[in-house]
Design a protein around this ligand. Structure first.
Ligand code: GCO
Length: 245
């Protein structure tokens, strides 16, 4: 039964994986045997993150590109093609947060969040799926949603709209690509202790609200999401399509 979750021989690309949840996903998949490709926009952070994984004995490399830049994404995939590197697992994790009341929200800030948190999953997912379909041996795509894929709070409208879109984008991808053996699903984390949430964690009122408003009565830890990512990246989820966990 352990083989069900074994990712040996598979290559995983995790966007936005130089830190935060993305780095936890990279650690989890690497620990399950996958060769991981760390992505981010900052070359130094990506190199350090890949080195951190290699120092732990994992097969890891970096690939720097901006997930919102279609030309850069296409070039990155063309580079992988040229090196004979085939992506079996894609985690569309890259995301940013922007907290402000909607009446004060600038269109450029709305667009930046939508581009990074939602459109990027289409841009990168399209390139990965084209190759998975052509190879004929299926694949796994995991889009990272949020608690805000299902519920909303004030001042994070573009993030919430993007994460709601992520949930339905996974379903749209599943509707088109499941027939090719590609399982597309969403992970929707609750409130996790990451650097994106530092301001919230350090706010006693918000910290108390998070602890009071979820059954576990605590913040989650990034490593607590590894198991779900391994499950959705492995044979154990070969008949799971369009779901959000
Ligand atoms: C916020 C937080 C949330 C969490 C997470 C919850 O400002 O409410 O940033 O968006 O990061 O997405 O699932």
């Amino acid at each position: 039964m352990n083989d069900l979750f074994d990712l040996s021989g598979r290559t995983a690309l995790i966007t936005g994986s130089a830190r935060g949840l993305g780095h936890a996903f990279a650690q989890g998949l690497a620990g399950a045997g996958a060769r991981v490709i760390v992505n981010g926009r900052n070359g130094e952070q990506v190199a350090q993150a890949a080195e951190h994984l290699r120092a732990a004995g994992h097969d890891a490399r970096g690939l720097v590109f901006d997930v919102t830049d279609e030309t850069a994404v296409d070039a990155a995939f063309a580079g992988l093609d040229a090196q004979g590197v085939e992506i079996d697992i894609l985690i569309n994790n890259a995301g940013i947060q922007h907290r402000t009341p909607m009446v004060d929200l600038a269109l450029k800030d709305w667009q930046r969040v939508i581009d990074t948190n939602l459109t990027s999953a289409f841009i990168v997912g399209k390139q990965a799926a084209k190759r998975m379909i052509a190879r004929g041996r299926g694949g796994k795509i995991i889009n990272i949603g949020s608690l805000t894929s299902e519920a909303a709070r004030a001042t994070v409208a573009p993030y919430t709209a993007a994460k709601g879109g992520i949930k339905m984008l996974s379903r749209a991808m599943a509707a088109e690509w499941a027939q090719f053996g590609i399982q597309v699903n969403t992970i929707g984390p609750g409130y996790i202790q990451t650097d994106m949430n530092t301001a919230l964690i350090n706010n006693p009122e918000f910290d108390a609200w998070v602890k009071a408003s979820n059954p576990a009565k605590r913040w989650g830890q990034p490593e607590e999401l590894m198991g779900t990512a391994i499950f959705l990246s492995s044979r154990a989820s070969d008949y799971v399509n369009g779901q959000i966990i």
